[in-house]
Write a protein that binds this ligand. Structure first.
Ligand SMILES: Nc1ncnc2c1ncn2[C@@H]1O[C@H](COP(=O)(O)OP(=O)(O)O)[C@@H](O)[C@H]1O
Ligand SMILES: [Mg+2]
Length: 251
């Protein structure tokens, strides 16, 4: 059994079945990896046992948590079986499947056996609908879709909802990342999304913020950047984590 963080001492419900949540969008650069890191750390701060899985062969998730050197080190250790789970200071555990080779069913098996004992398993998926993404959807119990407030993202998001339905996954919701409140088009798209996606829309805006790029460059999470003080741009992720923990997307 891995340890839990004690940052928030309040009693949390003990679930025996992990929620395995695929963070998907075949579009690159919408913030899948950043969301996985920060929702993972936010859930850990709320006292949950969290495993984040890097499904992308670029290993950006592992890089975000540990830096590039660690990615290279782990790649050298890769043999025919999944690598051991890595522990991070945030209390989040990380499984790197980036350099693992196998069939779709091997990835599903690797995720499901690693998931045991965790409250949440967050799957950071690749930026294309390739085999690794299919394995991610196959292993998951639900999906969370980060998107941008723009025209191109709109139809892509609809396709992803249909895909989640095909895999019979719980749709935890869609949320807008890289939000710029000063841009009228973004405000308009945000409103349009909230109407169009209705109950599937998480009414939370993750601001475009230098915090995330700075954190990534320092190989730490945004929560670790300023010690005890929580940057306001992290509040959106705390809210999303609470929604996932509470099981509703309109609270
Ligand atoms: N809210 C944000 N504000 C500013 N930059 C962000 C934000 N979210 C992500 N980024 C940056 O955008 C880039 C792509 O994000 P990433 O999480 O890697 O996307 P994906 O995993 O979908 O490809 C990264 O450089 C990341 O630091
Ligand atoms: Mg990524």
């Amino acid at each position: 059994m891995a340890k839990t963080t004690q940052k928030t001492a309040s009693a949390k419900p003990k679930s025996s079945v992990p929620k395995i949540i695929a963070i998907v969008n075949n579009k690159g650069g919408v913030g899948k990896t950043t969301a996985t890191v920060h929702i993972g750390h936010a859930l850990a701060r709320q006292g949950y046992k969290v495993l984040c899985v890097d499904m992308d062969d670029q290993a950006n998730l592992v890089q975000y948590f540990f830096g590039r050197r660690k990615v290279n080190e782990l790649k050298k250790q890769q043999n025919g079986v999944p690598l051991p789970i890595q522990h991070h200071d945030s209390a989040v555990d990380i499984l790197m499947l980036s350099s693992f080779q196998g069939k779709e069913s091997d990835f599903v098996q690797a995720i499901q056996s690693a998931a045991e004992g965790y409250d949440f398993v967050l799957l950071d998926s690749p930026p294309a609908l390739e085999m690794r993404t299919q394995a991610t959807l196959q292993a998951a119990s639900g999906v969370l879709i980060p998107t941008e407030a723009g025209a191109l993202a709109f139809s892509g998001t609809t396709n992803l909802i249909n895909l989640a339905m095909e895999y019979e996954l719980e749709l935890h919701g869609i949320f807008v990342n890289l939000y710029e409140s000063k841009m009228a088009t973004q405000r308009a798209y945000y409103e349009q999304y909230s109407v169009h996606f209705a109950d599937n829309f998480i009414p939370v805006r993750v601001n475009k913020s230098a915090l995330f790029a700075n954190a990534a460059a320092d190989a730490q999470t945004g929560f670790q950047m300023q010690g005890k003080k929580i940057h306001k741009d992290l509040e959106a992720y705390i809210e999303i984590a609470s929604i996932l923990a509470g099981g509703t997307n309109n609270g």
